[in-house]
Each structure stands twice: as C-alpha cells, then as structure tokens.
Design a protein around this ligand. Structure first.
Ligand code: ZN
Ligand code: ZN
Length: 537
C-alpha cells in the first residue's frame, strides 16, 4: 500500500509512504517552498515507524522534509536513507542551505524552528550511498536507474511479495552533460511525475541553449547587464556550460574579456559536479572534453568568477560594469538573484532578465512574467544595499523590499526545463507497462492532461491523479492482492499506537479510519490557512 504524503496535485514536498508487510518506507521526503514552507503530511505516522527512506534526487522538493521527519522521531533508530553518491554530496549542501533559510524565515516570523542543525546532521549520518544497481534491504528489493534529471538523479523500483512498483522521481533527458534515462523494468504500478504533462513535446534543448546564449551575448556586446535567475544545482551548471563552450565566440563579440558572474550555492555545488564528472554519472561528450582538454572545471568558463565579499558584489553593479550574472534562486524567492535584480533596477537604465525555468504561482518571478504596463512592482527578500546596513550592529539580515522593474527587461526562454515533456513521460510509462499509473508531482491541469494522453496511448487499466493521504493498493497480475487486505494494519505493531482498535482488519472500519485521516489532514490545511490569514492581517 502506498500513501502519498505530499507531491499529489502539486510540485513540492514529494513523499510516498510504502507499507510492505511489517515494514514502512518513504520514497522521497521533500519540502514545498512557498510563502510559507509546507512539509509532508505526517500527522498519522508514529514515532520510529519508518524503517528506511529511498531518495530519487537532491532537489529540495524531494529531500527538504527529511530533517522534519528526523525532528519528529519518525525514523526508526537504525533507519537508513538510500541515495546515490552525487545525491549524497548535493543533499549535504542543499540541506544545510535549507536550514539557513528556515532559520531566517522563523526568525522573521518570530516562530520556533521546526528542525535544527542536529536534525540535518542526523539525516546525513543515516545515508547509505548506492550505485545504479539492484539490492535488497529488509523485506524488499530495490533498484536505482539513471533518471537524467540532475547529477545523481534516479528512478527507483521496489519489489515486495511478487509485486513491483516504479517511482519515476523527476525524469529529465534534457541536459548537455547528463546521460540518458536508463530503461526501467516492467512493473505492476507506476508513480509518474507530471510536471510538464501539458507540454506534449518541449522545444529542442539545443535551440533553447542557442537562444539563451544569443540573447545574453547581444546584451553583453551592447554593454547591457544580464541576470539569469536559476536553480543553484543542475540548471546553473547547464548554463555555465553553454558559455564555456562558446567562450571564444563571446570574447570576439565583446572585443574584450567577457564578464560572467555566478554566485551563492552554484559555487558550492560546482565542486560536486567536478568530482562526479565520471562515467557513471555524465555523458560521453563532457567526459571527452574533460579528458582531451585537461580542463578540471568543465562547467566553468575561464572568464567566469564568483564574488567573495559584499564589497565585491557592490562594485559589480554600480552602473559601469555590465556582467552576465547567473544566480539562484530561479523564481527570485531567495538567494542572490533578488539582490542582483534590486541593484540592477536601482543603478541601470537597461538590463535583461532571462527567465529559463518554471515560475510558480505567488513567486516574484511569476509576478514579473505576468506583469503588464511599463513597470512591474514586486516584493523580494534580499540583503539590503550597503547604505542600509546597520553600522552599529553590522547586521545585514535579509529583508523584504519593494522594487520596480521595467517590464521591457523581462524575457522568458522556453525549452530549458530539466523535466521530460509528455511524449517522453509516455515512453517511460510504456517501458514500465503497468496495470495502474498514479500521477504525481504536477499542477492539477498538467496531471489532468497527462492522464488523458496516457489513457489514449497505454494499456494501463487505471490512470489516476494521486491524492494526499488516499492509499493506493498495489495489485499484482499474478494475484489479486487479497493477502494485503487480510493482514493487520501496520499501526498495530507500533508501540506508541495503543488505540483499542489497533487490530482491526475489517475493511469498512479501515475505510472509515482512512477517511478520518483525510479529514484531519484537510483540517490541518485549513488551520494553516487561517493562521496564515491572521498573520497577514
Ligand atoms: Zn527535481
Ligand atoms: Zn521535483
């Protein structure tokens, strides 16, 4: 039985709870970053109930909830967290960053922290690194295969009791340095991401790379600064790689030394990309380049640099220089991109903001791409400019600021996404050839479109959009799954669950309990919304 605890009809906080016999597993445990961070719905998970976690990749919507699960003691003492080696390295960087963001947010709202540095350390201490291989753990067999979405990313197949389920994780196949998606095995059930379920076929990745480069080059040659807000890990390396490959051309165009700046987590994650520039994780073209050129920094143009100090950042954008800046976050929700945007708006007549990724509802990025009129007013959270530092305390905390951005600066470049389009999702689904498909990790309309598309083009009996806390039974072709129903529910052997009905096997009562769980979760969501409204008034 698999219960989605996040990632149903949303992009964010991916978390799927697999109950197999008397063991409980999580596949991913993410965080949804919005105005107010949302964690997986763990209300009915008891202490120590989770025996192991399997992680598809290091993006925070797949790992950001792990410290919360740790904080609440949901993982058993000896629970391991399985992930590939690059995922482990990136997760360490991203979880520490997530902790910093969490500290800032809770301090701003004057609320207690929901997890601490100790939780992050405990999570990392549990990690078991795995390759793209098959192995056993407790009562299941697991297999990791390359998902080609991010360095170290994986789809994960899990087998228990003659049944197999494949979790797609996030599927890519759109990268100039990653390999191809490994063929998944056939399975009874497929949990399939649907982020771009509405886009049948992305524009070619090569065309998107060319457009991004041409736009940036033209601006740079005309002395106009460029800001490319991006995910710190993955897309940032893709972008820098574009400029590295065309550095000679860029130099010709500007007739001088080009100026490319990257900042924040991009810098920290770069060494992971350099270390794992190996056979198992990257494609032939980047490996060949690295070997033939002897360049140990295959993602960084020679002319690119990263500022070390606030003074250096200040000097970059005073109106006289016109660099190409690559900075996280991709939706201007945090990190250095809002800082640079603020300074561009403050000091420059002209600039270009190139959005290359999805802009979620409610983010400054979304407000900018949807803005009409000549100027877009947008609130961002950024470090203050130097004249706003508190000279006495030396404090420079992040603070909300309203900025005004000319709409003529704003451009969107499509086709740079790291997610497969519907046609590639379909071919993955056909390879898995399941009886049932549960769509996850997508906005409702994207999941809806993909559902139609898959039902027209696959032989699956059931294609559903997974809903939070609605359990999905895994039926096998070889048996009808009756034994799963007659087994006592797992909570019966959990010591902290001493409710008198803990040995209930009656299906009706089970359904009522599920319904109760759902209602409790809905209530929880409502409570959050009300709190949020109160806080904002
Ligand atoms: Zn991802
Ligand atoms: Zn994701």
């Amino acid at each position: 039985m698999i219960t989605p605890r996040g990632g149903g009809t949303e992009v964010g906080r991916s978390c799927y709870h697999l109950q197999a016999g008397d063991h409980d597993y999580l596949i991913d445990c993410g965080l949804k970053q919005s105005d107010r961070p949302e964690y997986p719905l763990f209300e009915d998970v008891s202490q120590g109930q989770i025996d192991a976690v399997f992680v598809t990749h290091a993006h925070i919507d797949h790992i950001g909830g792990l410290p919360i699960a740790e904080h609440h003691g949901l993982l058993s003492d000896d629970a391991s967290i399985f992930m590939t080696r690059p995922t482990n390295a990136l997760a360490s960087i991203l979880l520490h960053d997530s902790l910093q963001i969490h500290k800032q947010e809770t301090a701003k709202l004057n609320q207690p922290q929901q997890f601490t540095a100790t939780d992050v350390e405990r999570v990392l201490a549990r990690v078991m690194s795995v390759g793209y291989d098959r192995d056993q753990h407790l009562n299941i067999t697991y297999e990791f295969g390359d998902a080609a979405h991010l360095l170290g990313s994986a789809w994960i197949a899990i087998e228990y009791n003659d049944r197999r389920v494949v979790f797609s994780g996030d599927l890519g196949g759109r990268s100039a340095h990653l390999g191809d998606i490994d063929d998944p095995p056939e399975a009874d059930e497929l949990f399939l991401e649907s982020t771009y379920g509405e886009t049948l076929q992305h524009r070619s990745f090569t065309d998107a790379r060319t457009e991004l480069y041409q736009q940036a080059k033209q601006a740079h040659a005309n002395g106009i600064p460029v800001l490319i807000p991006t995910f710190a890990v993955g897309r940032a390396q893709e972008i820098l790689q574009i400029f590295r490959e065309r550095e000679a051309d860029l130099r010709d165009a500007v007739d001088a030394e080009p100026s490319i700046i990257y900042d924040g987590l991009i810098t920290e994650s770069m060494s992971v990309y350099e270390v794992f520039c190996q056979d198992a994780f990257m494609n032939e073209s980047i490996l060949n380049y690295r070997i033939n050129s002897g360049d140990v920094e295959p993602f960084t143009p020679v002319c690119a640099r990263t500022p070390d100090t606030m003074d250096e950042r200040e000097r970059l954008l005073t109106g006289s220089e016109a660099p190409i800046i690559i900075a996280p976050s991709g939706m201007l929700t945090g990190g250095w991109s809002p800082y640079y945007l603020r300074d561009l708006a403050r000091y420059y007549e002209k600039a270009q903001i190139l959005f290359i990724g999805y802009q979620a509802q409610g983010t400054p990025g979304r407000r900018l791409i949807e803005a009409s009129g000549d100027v877009a007013d947008v609130r961002v959270t950024a470090l203050p400019a130097s004249e706003d530092y508190d000279p006495v305390t030396g404090e420079f905390a992040f603070r909300d600021q309203e900025i005004h951005v000319p709409t003529a600066w704003i451009h969107q470049i499509s086709g740079m996404s790291a997610h497969a389009g519907a046609n590639d999702l379909l071919s993955f689904a056909r390879q898995v050839n399941p009886q049932e498909i549960s769509l996850i990790h997508g906005p409702p309309s994207a999941a809806g479109h993909l559902r139609e598309y898959l039902s027209d083009n696959t032989t699956a009996n059931t294609i559903q959009i997974a809903q939070h806390l609605e359990p999905i039974e895994i039926e096998s072709e070889r048996e009808n799954g009756d034994d799963e129903q007659s087994r006592p529910t797992h909570t019966s052997d959990s010591p902290s669950d001493s409710a008198p009905d803990s040995h209930i096997t009656d299906v009706d009562v089970k359904e009522i309990r599920e319904r109760q769980r759902q209602l409790e979760a809905e209530l929880e969501t409502l409570r959050h919304k009300v709190e949020h409204l109160i806080n904002n008034n």
